[in-house]
Design a protein around this ligand. Structure first.
Ligand SMILES: [Zn+2]
Length: 295
């Protein structure tokens, strides 16, 4: 009898362990480690000169990570007063920051016009490839992070970006929120597609500290706040300008409140980018319904 009792206990324990493991795995097949509260991703778009002169020293002071999304669009090639040089971009990489792809000519995707979208998607291998080639030339690893120019998204872009070796792609605060105020939701691993990561806050000139705090405070309960900046200041794109004083205030807030500040590529330490939800747009539609109820 004694033998049978021990065998029974052994089998019971084995089943219990197996079951627990299964439950954990089933609950979060995407997670490599649990997501801490106050995890923030900083992103900076459009190769703006102040990324080098203002943002870089401040981030280094606080030891924050960040992704700089590089494009040669706008007046990048001729206006070196308002846009960084490739040597400066290479320096950002050497400092430990991530260089991401934002297409050669800042080519947005126009999902509302199928003919335009078809042409844009057809141009994407060259558009991303041109930035990849520049990175190689300057000793920067080929980007695996992407930001949609003008925050224009399309379902058809997902398999294409994957085929171009992009692991994480950031969109704007839309479609959940309208563009105007720069509001958005935090990234929910498992629900959001890694190639459609939402912006929790897209800094605007009239933002106050409270707007920034509203965005980053969403970084809790397994959610990660991805913040989008342009220049600080942005002399060429006034509608997305962040005055220097405000930017300093935002970074100080993150430091004083013990936020963990990382680049977009660093998400791979926490999540498996190969895990994708069955339908990439389901979570967006769910949120839109929820937000409509709150109105
Ligand atoms: Zn842009």
């Amino acid at each position: 009898m004694h033998y049978y009792r021990r065998l029974f206990v052994f089998i019971f324990c084995l089943l219990a362990v197996f079951k627990t493991e299964q439950v954990v795995l089933a609950a979060s097949p995407i997670l490599k480690q649990s997501i801490p509260d106050k995890l923030v991703v900083l992103t900076f778009d459009d190769s703006v000169k102040s990324h080098y002169t203002v943002v870089r020293p401040l981030l280094r002071k606080y030891k924050f990570g960040a992704t700089f999304f590089i494009t040669e669009g706008f007046e990048f090639k001729t206006n070196k007063k308002h846009y960084m040089s490739w040597s400066e971009i290479a320096r950002l990489y050497q400092d430990g920051f991530e260089i991401g792809n934002h297409t050669r000519s800042h080519m947005g995707l126009d999902a509302k016009h199928p003919e335009s979208l078809k042409k844009q998607l057809a141009a994407y291998p060259e558009q991303l490839g041109a930035i990849d080639a520049r990175c190689k030339e300057y000793g920067i690893p080929v980007p695996t992070s992407f930001a949609y120019p003008g925050n224009g998204i399309a379902a058809e872009a997902l398999p294409l970006l994957k085929s171009l070796n992009i692991k994480f792609a950031r969109r704007g605060g839309a479609p959940e929120y309208p563009y105007e105020k720069g509001r958005g939701v935090a990234y929910e691993p498992g629900k959001d597609h890694p190639l459609l990561l939402p912006t929790a806050g897209d800094a605007r000139p009239d933002w106050e500290l409270s707007d920034f705090v509203r965005a980053v405070k969403q970084a809790k309960n397994g959610r990660i706040a991805i913040i989008q900046f342009h220049g600080a200041p942005d002399l060429a794109h006034s509608w997305v300008n962040t005055p220097v004083g405000k930017f300093e205030l935002y970074m100080k807030y993150l430091a004083e409140n013990n936020y963990r500040v990382i680049a977009l590529r660093d998400l791979e330490k926490y999540v498996d980018p190969n895990f994708t939800p069955r339908n990439a747009f389901d979570v967006i539609e769910e949120r839109k319904k929820e937000l409509a109820k709150q109105k």
